[in-house]
Design a protein. Structure first.
Length: 420
């Protein structure tokens, strides 16, 4: 027997049952994107490595340790995308989307990071991103956060919304100096990663997931004490907007995002005791990113959802689509069954045809599992039978030519009786 080829560690397929769950949840997300006026953008998986070094920051775990980076045949350094915002900005700048324009964009797809796989964390994982460009005030932040809150509620995901402000780059620089002074005093208590971050990007120390560092970081200066009056006013107005919208939130004074491009507001949704260290969605404002990647000054705010983590937390699953008609057939009548199925599909119905040559009992079992509203059986060259519907059983035989009209009549009656 030929040996099996194992899959890549941390890269999992979505088998049909899981793919159906994902598709149902994605339909909810798409509908919400439309309700808030966001439009889809489809982004490349491959980008130049320079894009992430400039946008995400060279002193980040993503760029330093986690990206899948390789030279192509021309010697250019390319990377599989580890996140979506940088590529969205790059595509928008090249496509002329941001010049004196407001844009509301969303994207979804796989991202890639070489890190230790664990529950809810994969090397190929999926994100759904929401990005709004050209709006500077906290009102758009409140609307984006309201979208995320509505999305989680609609799927039955219970999570705390945490918010904070990083202020302007000048605010961050003042805070950076105070944080370095504090951490230098306690350098002997820092782990290896934190010492490295202290020397190159001190705010990243606050992102440490090491529980042994928790008490030390709890005593660190809070960035709010270093915000300018304008930054404080911006953050206060955001809180007023959220309160007016009925969005519950908690101010988390030491919340920072793991990427360098954030300014002003940052936020995340963290589920209650379901996955360790499992932020399900997170984002913030990044007003300098577009200009930093070659565009004009453009305010921007957005967030990304970790789809694997979201799917692990969904409790209110949307209904999955089921066939309108399931056709049972024997091998000699497969041609007839195929023609009937095509006629039903021409009429706009979802049809599944059993073509595996199984027994009638086995086919009926599969028909019931499919949830089809009507089950038909090819009897002979003259007749096809309707053997089961949602409202009746053994409804009798029909000549083939009458089958499509009769099925449309039955499904029309069922739809009317359901009030749909």
């Amino acid at each position: 027997m030929t040996s099996q080829v194992a899959g890549v560690r941390g890269v999992a397929p979505l088998l049909p049952a899981d793919a159906a769950r994902w598709a149902a949840v994605e339909d909810v997300l798409r509908a919400l994107m439309g309700a808030y006026g966001f439009h889809e953008i489809r982004l490349p998986i491959l980008e130049r490595t320079e894009l992430y070094a400039r946008a995400v920051g060279e002193v980040t775990d993503i760029v330093e340790k986690e990206m899948y980076t390789f030279p192509d045949r021309n010697g250019d350094s390319l990377s599989l995308r580890p996140e979506g915002t940088a590529g969205c900005v790059r595509a928008g700048v090249e496509g002329g989307l941001f010049h004196n324009q407001v844009q509301r964009l969303w994207y979804q797809g796989p991202m890639f990071r070489h890190e230790r796989p664990q529950k809810g964390r994969y090397r190929q994982f999926h994100q759904w991103g929401v990005e709004a460009y050209g709006m500077a005030g906290p009102a758009i932040e409140a609307e984006v956060i309201a979208l995320g809150t509505r999305l989680l509620a609609r799927l039955g995901v219970e999570a705390r919304l945490l918010i904070n402000s990083l202020g302007t780059p000048a605010c961050r620089e003042r805070y950076r100096e105070a944080l370095v002074d504090y951490l230098e005093v306690h350098r002997h208590r820092l782990d290896e990663d934190s010492v490295r971050r202290l020397e190159r990007n001190p705010l990243r120390v606050l992102d440490s997931k090491n529980p042994d560092m928790a008490a030390l970081l709890a005593g660190a200066p809070a960035i709010f004490d270093y915000l300018s009056p304008e930054s404080r006013a911006h953050f206060a107005l955001l809180q007023d907007h959220l309160a007016a919208l009925g969005v519950a939130f908690e101010v988390a004074p030491r919340l920072v995002r793991g990427l360098d491009y954030y300014t002003h507001t940052v936020f995340e949704w963290t589920p209650h005791d379901r996955l360790a260290q499992a932020t399900v969605a997170a984002g913030g404002r990044y007003d300098s990113l577009v200009s930093g990647l070659g565009g004009g000054p453009t305010p921007a705010v957005g967030f990304a959802i970790g789809m694997e983590r979201l799917m692990a937390l969904v409790t209110r699953e949307p209904p999955r689509p089921v066939p309108d008609v399931f056709i049972m057939t024997s091998a000699p009548l497969e041609g007839r069954a195929l023609a009937l199925a095509e006629g039903l599909r021409d009429a706009g119905l979802r049809v599944e045809t059993h073509l595996a040559g199984a027994s009638a009992k086995s086919q009926m079992k599969r028909a019931r599992e499919s949830g089809a509203r009507v089950v038909m059986e090819a009897r002979d060259e003259a007749q096809v039978a309707i053997v089961r519907t949602e409202i009746a059983h053994d409804t009798g035989a029909l000549v083939w030519a009458e089958a499509v009209a009769r099925i449309l009549q039955i499904l029309g009656a069922e739809t009317s009786s359901d009030g749909k």
